[in-house]
Design a protein around this ligand. Sequence first.
Ligand code: URA
Length: 283
Amino acid sequence: MNEVTTQLKNWLQFFRELGIEEFYARAPERVAEPLSAESAPVEFQSAAAAEQEGTHSPSTSVPRAVDPAPSAPRAAPAVSGRFLQAPGLFDAPAPSVPLAGETLDQISQDLGDCHRCKLAAGRKHIVFGQGNPHAELVFVGEGPGADEDEQGLPFVGRAGQLLNRMLQLIAIERKNVYICNVVKCRPPGNRTPETEEITACSPFLFRQIEAIQPRLVCCLGAPATKTVLGIKEGITKIHGRLYDYGSAKALATVHPAYVLRNPREEKILREDFEKIRDFLAHR
Ligand code: URA
């Protein structure tokens, strides 16, 4: 099965689970419109078009980068990107379609004992996410490591300790933020999650972000940045910039595990966390 077929299969399964059984094919030039005035600043692009551009965006909507960036990010409608129309089959919003008022518990129940990708076979625990369901700040990592798989909680190993230290630095308590990952099951040998795995899992991440409605999403490392913002450029180049992300903002920084391997780069992480603190200090 090629990637598009797999993605289509995942979408159909997702919509079926929501009780949506009927689909129609919409002409490619007609795109979804935002439901309300609040979501108007979000520009929309079909998933197929994004796919053609090679952005692999899991959603139809493309928040505009107001921050000058080397390339415009392509991203899912993180927050307040609600859709008016029923899904067309080929330009349908991805399974990440935000559902008004969905709770994290409902998303977790929907995830269930997930076997949507091959990572299920090797996991001990699904690592759904942890923290304040109404957090202003959401961290998105790459995927659980051995400690996280063992405990079923994100960022509890060495990288987690560094994350905790950075949070202390900016006087934010871990219990007040929400922490999750691009994939919820441990990739074997801590390898980078594969596209198919991210395609299967990231819809749940987008729904979590939509349910939480944070003010800021912090992407830790390249896979999170590519998944959330669609940015493929090196983190060391684009880190610390604020991007529009639906009605929220998003920022990318280096992964704590990268800093553990390259201790000199801790400065980047510190400076970006100070930017996070400064952003959250102002309404
Ligand atoms: N690295 C990640 O990306 N996520 C975790 O949860 C732990 C380590």
